[in-house]
Design a protein around this ligand. Structure first.
Ligand SMILES: Cc1cc2nc3c(=O)[nH]c(=O)nc-3n(C[C@H](O)[C@H](O)[C@H](O)COP(=O)(O)OP(=O)(O)OC[C@H]3O[C@@H](n4cnc5c(N)ncnc54)[C@H](O)[C@@H]3O)c2cc1C
Length: 371
């Protein structure tokens, strides 16, 4: 595939066409389309070529993710889940597990990642899902909530308690004891296939545990979430680009008081704010992407910063875009109406804005005066 992305982006644009609004209204992306996109390696583009992926750098993958996010946040959410599952397998799994599982994820199988539980949202240390060894099997019991893409998934990467720490275990959704219960009325990303997952005595081969042993919960969670944060941050850049494009197009054409909206300074101010938001989010994401590609020690904090800035800017920017379009953008399925609902959720997932701010404060306080 290399890293010439313009052809890949154009072809994704053609595949989505003008269907994102309809997917949002019906709450469903056709599963066969997702499988086709997955089999073309499009849903987890950073997976190395040896496993059938595109082997993109973090920066190039980010550019592609932003493009997807501008087209359809539900599709981008499915990409984020697939990419996070692949990343977790790559980082925590053995070479044999990577060789067995990653070609499935680049071959059309769909995956989702479950951390959250009824009593463990921001505080993942409170997880109660257990992964218990029993001879040459493991038994998984628990309840995961709000798992993006679980409705479509063939495989779930489930995080649970194991001995003194935590493990990630790969659970085929067809295994006896797995029940996937669709969330039918999410505020946004309505076609992303969110679901609650019930795991009752789910027995799996012991080699379903990634890496075969437990890790400290915080380390495991941070490792898996890092990819998700980066992906969501770039998705927010896409939301901002779509909003900027819709707002400038509308403000140029729509006339009130005898001239285009864009010639009214308060409306032009909204356009300037949107442009600023898009540029700021893009720059922090680019910085974080470079940190990933260079293996910089700043990678973790740069990723949290990118997620925090991009999500905040996207939520504010989408509201601004709705204001510029007013009634023209106030219907379900319209680009800016979708963006408004989708962007709000970006402030909640992969570490809420409050949790990101706490992490950034902790970083700043640990190195006072440092840039
Ligand atoms: C659209 C969507 C997609 C999701 N996808 C997934 C997924 O794929 N996999 C998965 O496992 N989970 C997923 N989740 C769950 C998501 O990770 C949690 O919603 C998130 O971690 C917040 O947890 P909570 O909703 O229980 O809120 P709570 O933890 O109850 O928090 C409520 C509020 O209090 C704040 N708060 C909590 N603790 C503190 C604190 N110490 N200091 C300051 N503020 C605090 C939070 O920031 C938030 O604003 C998804 C959720 C949504 C809405």
């Amino acid at each position: 595939m290399g890293e010439d992305l313009s052809g890949a982006m154009t072809s994704l644009t053609l595949r989505v066409g003008d269907l994102a609004g309809e997917w949002d209204r019906t709450g469903l992306i056709p599963p066969e389309l997702l499988r086709d996109l997955g089999a073309e390696g499009r849903l987890c583009a950073e997976v190395p070529e040896q496993y059938g992926g595109w082997g993109l750098s973090s920066l190039h993958s980010g550019a592609y993710t932003a493009h997807a996010g501008g087209l359809c946040s539900s599709l981008r959410s499915v990409m984020t889940s697939q990419g996070m599952a692949a990343w977790t397998i790559q980082r925590l799994g053995t070479a044999e597990q990577s060789a067995g599982l990653l070609p499935r994820l680049t071959g059309g199988a769909l995956a989702a990642v479950g951390f959250s539980e009824p009593g463990a949202g921001s505080d993942l240390a409170a997880m109660t899902t257990t992964v218990r060894r029993d001879g040459d099997t493991v038994v998984v019991d628990g309840h995961k909530k709000w798992v993006t893409a679980a409705h479509y998934a063939d495989l779930l990467v489930v995080v649970g308690r194991h001995e003194d720490g935590a493990v990630a275990v790969v659970v085929p959704t067809g295994t006896p004891g797995v029940r996937v219960e669709r969330i039918t009325d999410p505020l946004g990303c309505r076609a992303a296939g969110h679901a609650d997952v019930h795991l009752d005595g789910v027995r799996l081969p012991a080699d379903s545990v990634l890496g075969g042993h437990g890790l400290p919960t915080a380390l495991l969670v941070t490792t898996a979430l890092a990819y998700g944060r980066m992906s969501v941050a770039w998705g927010c850049v896409g939301i901002l680009r779509a909003c900027l494009s819709a707002a400038t197009a509308h403000a140029t054409v729509r006339e009130q008081f005898g001239r285009p909206l864009a010639e009214h300074q308060l409306v032009a101010g909204h356009i300037a704010d949107l442009y600023t938001a898009e540029q700021v989010a893009t720059r922090v994401c680019e910085y974080a992407g470079r940190c990933w590609d260079e293996g910089s020690p700043d990678q973790v904090v740069a990723t949290v910063l990118a997620k925090q800035v991009s999500a905040t800017q996207a939520a504010r920017g989408a509201a601004t875009a709705v204001q510029v379009l007013a009634s023209a953008g106030s219907r379900d399925g319209h680009t800016v109406a979708r963006a408004y609902r989708d962007a709000k959720l970006m402030e909640i997932i992969e570490g809420s804005s409050e949790l990101c701010r706490l992490m950034l404060a902790q970083h700043a306080l640990s190195a006072p005066g440092a840039p």
